[in-house]
Design a protein around this ligand. Structure first.
Ligand code: WQD
Length: 339
């Protein structure tokens, strides 16, 4: 039996494919390469010795997606990563985000229904909590008012999946709410490859540390946090990948919709990250304190108890690992994946 991985050449998807292969599973990747490159398949093959079957397909093309299922009747489950995911971009082009993220998911669910596939692990985000009502954030923490269309699509898809399960109680859906994925595969052959100027903190820090950018702009130093800068729950991408394996194992044993916060349970401020990165790598990260970024919240980190108790998963990599692995990837791939 095989597992369909949508968005499987992306940052988190590709690392999850590696971990699936490592435990003897058979992933099949579907990706439209809108935010990733086919060379990732070469790196997966180098790291694991196996090149997964790949379909360059847009999930918004229902006929093409149906053909993937028809050609692979042994698809038993789906891990759904594919999504547009840049917060700032989603504010600029909201219709594109709603169309792409919702239609692709609806097409996927229709194809699953038609071909009798009833297990899904869905890539959601802590963004669904908005400005969280409590810290640390539990799965029972009320969902908030999202500050951008990207986050709203994640909230909508969680609702869509819950309603589909109500109508099809023999389905099983595991919804993973990610916090801040960072780091890279220890080989330095795979990692985060943002297009253009990185939106996220870690890739920006690694580009400053390797001299590609002059300094880091710290967005806001007047938040109600221990040092005034934003606090987040950073999680190593390999820990996150392994959480999907645990979620899949769980989803194969229950017919339910379950939500899990996938974080470390620890919050680090921006300046904490700068210090940790300099200490772990020996590289300087010059920075300037500037105004807040619109839409940012002060503090966001997980209560990861449920994932530990129900999935038997907890993060194993620490901040030193995250910094060293991110730096190793950036150093070995200064321009990211180059075809
Ligand atoms: C982290 C902290 C910034 C860049 C977003 C999405 C979330 C997920 C992860 C998709 C904040 C500060 C950042 C910089 C800075 N994406 N920062 N200078 O905003 O917590 O989460 O990315 O799933 O859904 O919301 O991550 O890395 O952008 O910011 O000071 O150049 O770093 O203000 O405090 P964020 P981030």
């Amino acid at each position: 039996m095989s597992i369909l991985i949508t968005g499987g050449t992306g940052f988190i998807g590709s690392h999850t494919v590696v971990e699936l292969i490592n435990i003897g599973e058979t992933p099949i990747i579907v990706d439209n390469l809108s935010n990733s490159k086919e060379i990732v398949l070469d790196r997966i093959q180098t790291v694991t010795g196996i090149r997964p079957k790949f379909y360059k397909t847009d999930l918004c093309d229902a006929e093409a997606l149906d053909r993937v299922f028809a050609e692979n009747p042994d698809i038993e489950s789906v891990i759904h990563f594919a999504s547009l995911k840049a917060v700032g971009e989603s504010v600029a082009i909201p219709a594109t985000y709603y169309y792409n993220n919702l239609v692709s998911t609806l097409n996927l669910c229709e194809a699953m229904k038609k071909h009798g596939v009833k297990i899904m692990v869905f890539s959601s985000s802590a963004t669904v909590y908005g400005d969280p009502a409590e810290i640390p954030i539990k799965e029972t923490t009320p969902l908030g008012i999202t500050t951008n269309p990207y986050g709203e699509t994640k909230k909508m898809i969680e609702r869509i999946l819950a309603d589909i399960h109500k109508a099809n109680p023999d389905w099983s859906v595991s919804i993973l709410r990610y916090f801040n994925p960072v780091g890279a595969h220890k080989s330095g052959l795979m990692g985060e490859d943002p297009k253009g100027i990185p939106n996220n903190l870690f890739p920006y820090v690694t580009q400053v540390a390797t001299g590609r950018r002059p300094f880091l702009s710290v967005f806001g130093s007047d938040y109600d946090t221990h040092d005034g800068t934003g606090v987040r729950d950073y999680i190593h991408v390999v820990d996150l990948a392994k959480a999907h394996l645990c979620a899949l194992r769980r989803a194969r044993t229950v017919n339910a919709v379950e939500h899990f916060n996938v974080g470390t349970g620890h919050g680090y401020s921006v300046l904490d990250i700068v210090k940790a990165f300099e200490s772990a790598t020996g590289r300087a990260v010059p920075y300037k304190l500037v105004d807040r970024r619109p839409g940012d919240i002060a503090t966001c980190y997980a209560d990861a108890t449920k994932a530990k108790e129900i999935l038997g998963w907890q993060a194993e990599y620490d901040m030193v690992d995250m910094c060293r692995d991110a730096d190793n990837w950036q150093t070995k791939n200064p321009d990211g994946y180059v075809e």
